[in-house]
Write a protein that binds this ligand. Structure first.
Ligand code: GRF
Length: 216
């Protein structure tokens, strides 16, 4: 059983998917603490409902981000956290924080990295005119959305999509792949070779997708 910390800033639907996977016995982990940098985040309500301790970062208490992150590292270590989960956490982490948990921080990004890193990835996908986008769970390194990829799910992009409709379609897949990525870690099935993340004993995904449909 591994100990998680989940860092949030907003609605917390990914947090909820992780909680649900734990409660249904699909994910062998426990959430030791939820940390939010936004005191109004709905994610906080979700955590409280499930009796998970919540810590709210008050950025104004720490004018220097590094000092705040040092404090966070202390909190995480004192809870014996094995894996840090960024779930819609809208604040950059300092180098010191990332180095305190090397390849032990996961993030979810709503695009097929390395396409469309950074903010508003779904809007960028719609505007670019790609036919597929999706989501990526990756380890966090010192770049923005650049760490080794653990799992991706593909979603089609339709001609009439808006940023919102695409975001909804992708979010559904986020809720499937994030608990799975954490479970791979909990099972000790992740091996990192350079940029590549190998999942041990995984059958190959078969088949290809096309969008629009090939009709001939
Ligand atoms: C998700 O789209 C995630 O990919 C991005 O932020 C959003 C968080 O949503 N990093 P939620 O707070 O989990 O509902």
């Amino acid at each position: 059983m591994i100990n998680l910390a989940v860092l949030v800033s907003g609605s917390g639907t990914n947090l909820q998917a992780i909680i649900d996977s734990i409660e249904s016995g699909k994910l062998n982990a426990r959430i030791k603490i939820v940390i939010s940098n936004n005191s109004d985040a709905y994610a906080i309500e979700r955590a409280k409902k499930h009796h998970i301790p919540v810590f709210i970062i008050q950025d104004n208490r720490f004018p220097v981000r590094e000092d705040c992150d040092k404090h966070l590292v202390e909190i995480l270590k004192s809870h014996a956290v094995d894996l840090v989960i960024l779930a819609g956490f809208m604040r950059l982490l300092s180098r010191a924080f990332i180095r305190a948990f090397p390849m032990k921080i996961m993030n979810i990004h709503p695009a097929l990295l390395p396409a469309f890193p950074g903010l508003r990835a779904q809007k960028k996908a719609v505007e670019y005119g790609v036919k597929f986008s999706g989501c990526t769970v990756h380890f966090v390194d010192e770049g923005v959305d650049t760490g080794p990829v653990i799992i991706q799910a593909v979603a089609p992009v339709y001609d009439d999509d808006t940023e919102e409709t695409l975001a909804q379609r992708i979010l559904k897949e986020e809720h499937r792949i994030y608990p799975q990525a954490i479970q791979f870690f909990a099972q000790g099935r992740i091996e990192i070779r350079g940029r590549k993340v190998i999942i041990k004993n995984q059958p190959k995904t078969e088949g290809v997708l096309e969008n629009p449909k090939v009709e001939i």
